[in-house]
Design a protein around this ligand. Structure first.
Ligand SMILES: *Cc1c(COP(=O)(O)O)cnc(C)c1O
Length: 427
């Protein structure tokens, strides 16, 4: 796609440019397999000697068109879709980390990623050091070990709404010869382009704003093509030495800037198989067409509601990086000047009892664990996601008993505020 196009245009046209008489919309190739007329032609595909489709676990035209749209939106050289955001994070890490390796991760991240890095990957022999997203360059550097292979963080973290100083983390990671992987789920490529600030790999849970309609779970990995794996060949042997499972192909030599994403597809997806259904990818591709409009409205509504709640007598405080005075306001202005995301959190005066009462009184906003779709939803962490914790443990986790998380949708903001107003009246 023409690189000078604006992102609104890319959201609609990237990844699929139909030729004469071809379908205008991305076709759904709901087929597991693809036919060839000679044994030799298909054999070449297995050796990665020629490019083509043969089995949907590895590649599928619908999935590839949508992946290529997302690659364009992020400004990357290639992308791979996965069946969930968790799978994207898992593949992004294990593509360059194996038993005996170590990674550094911002501690303000999605709970699923926290479990993956802190518990499950440990069982795979991959160690993780968690550091505060607010760490100084020196503190980040101190977390490095000789076997450290990557640094990981979220542009805007779910649910803490902390903003990662991408440039700072990238600078230290590169100084130490490893890539920075950024989960850009909450900001989306509409609000932030991590590659322009030095991130090397971007991951997404497309389940959130990209799908945006609470219709399907999915994920994506995007490769900037910028990290020089050969310059640190001893660290990244999986990319720079022969792969025995592909007749000794060396990914960096054969695929150059596409080495990382090609290995993820041809090796990890082949062996681990978290492939999205082509029908789901089609729906995702269609949702991406309206992403800029939706994200803009999510952000406008969230800012208006953050300001409304902040001025309400029954609200103790509001966390939203788009709100002047927020701890992360300056960083948000730097990395996401046009808007942050639609998720905010607020603390009610009156603790647990007030929060529960507020939720129960809401008529328009629904109680749901989901975030980042068209419909406004709310959650009370102390009763839901963090239910098993005692009040003491909640305090340690930085979750007060009166805290609520709001994922602001794209309804009319006046209706949302009226709903909150009547609910707060009864608290
Ligand atoms: C939801 C989420 C994930 C996990 O994605 P799933 O699609 O639910 O597997 C990862 N990272 C972030 C920031 C998320 O919000």
């Amino acid at each position: 796609m023409n690189n000078s196009y604006h992102i609104e245009t890319k959201c609609i046209h990237s990844g699929w440019e139909p030729k004469n008489g071809e379908p205008r919309q991305i076709p759904i190739c709901q087929s597991t397999t693809f036919k060839y007329s000679s044994a030799d032609e298909m054999g070449k595909l297995f050796d990665l000697e020629s490019n083509g489709y043969f089995y949907t676990r590895l590649q599928n035209p619908t999935n590839d068109a949508v992946a290529s749209r997302i690659a364009d939106l992020e400004g990357g050289v290639g992308a791979m879709l996965t069946s969930s955001g968790q799978a994207a994070v898992f593949f992004a890490i294990t593509n360059i980390c194996e038993a005996g390796d170590h990674m550094i991760c911002a501690s303000e991240i999605y709970g699923g990623t926290l479990n993956l890095a802190g518990v499950t990957l440990k069982k795979f022999g991959i160690d993780c050091t968690f550091i505060s997203v607010d760490s100084t360059e020196e503190e980040i550097e101190q977390a490095f070990q000789p076997n450290t292979k990557l640094v990981f963080g979220e542009t805007v973290s779910n649910p803490a709404l902390a903003v990662l100083d991408i440039e700072k983390f990238a600078k230290v990671a590169h100084k130490q010869g490893v890539p920075l992987i950024v989960d850009n789920t909450f900001a989306t490529p509409i609000n932030c382009h991590p590659f322009t600030w030095g991130a090397d790999i971007v991951v997404h849970s497309t389940t959130k704003y990209m799908d945006g309609h609470a219709a399907q779970v999915g994920g994506c990995i995007v490769d900037s093509g910028n990290f020089d794996w050969e310059a640190h060949a001893d660290k990244f042997k999986g990319l720079t030495t022969p792969d025995a499972s592909y007749h000794g192909v060396i990914y960096t030599q054969r695929f150059g800037k596409l080495a990382y994403i090609t290995k993820a597809t041809t090796q990890l997806m082949r062996d681990l198989g978290a492939t999205p259904s082509p029908l789901s990818s089609f729906l995702l591709g269609m949702s991406l067409e309206s992403l800029p409009l939706r994200v803009e409205r999510h952000c406008q509504n969230a800012l208006a509601i953050a300001k409304y709640l902040q001025s309400h007598e029954k609200i103790q405080c509001v966390n939203y990086p788009g709100l002047p005075g927020d701890k992360y306001y300056e960083l948000a202005q730097k990395y996401m000047p046009n808007g942050v995301c639609g998720v905010i959190s607020a603390e009610l005066k009156g603790g647990r009892e007030a929060a529960v009462k507020f939720l129960d009184q809401l008529k328009l906003a629904s109680i749901a664990t989901h975030v980042a779709d068209a419909k406004t939803c709310v959650l009370h962490p102390a009763s839901h996601t963090h239910r098993q914790l005692t009040d003491e443990q909640l305090k340690e986790a930085g979750v007060s008993t009166g805290l609520i998380r709001l994922s602001i949708g794209i309804e009319h903001v006046d209706d949302l505020i009226a709903d909150m107003e009547q609910a707060l009246k009864n608290v």
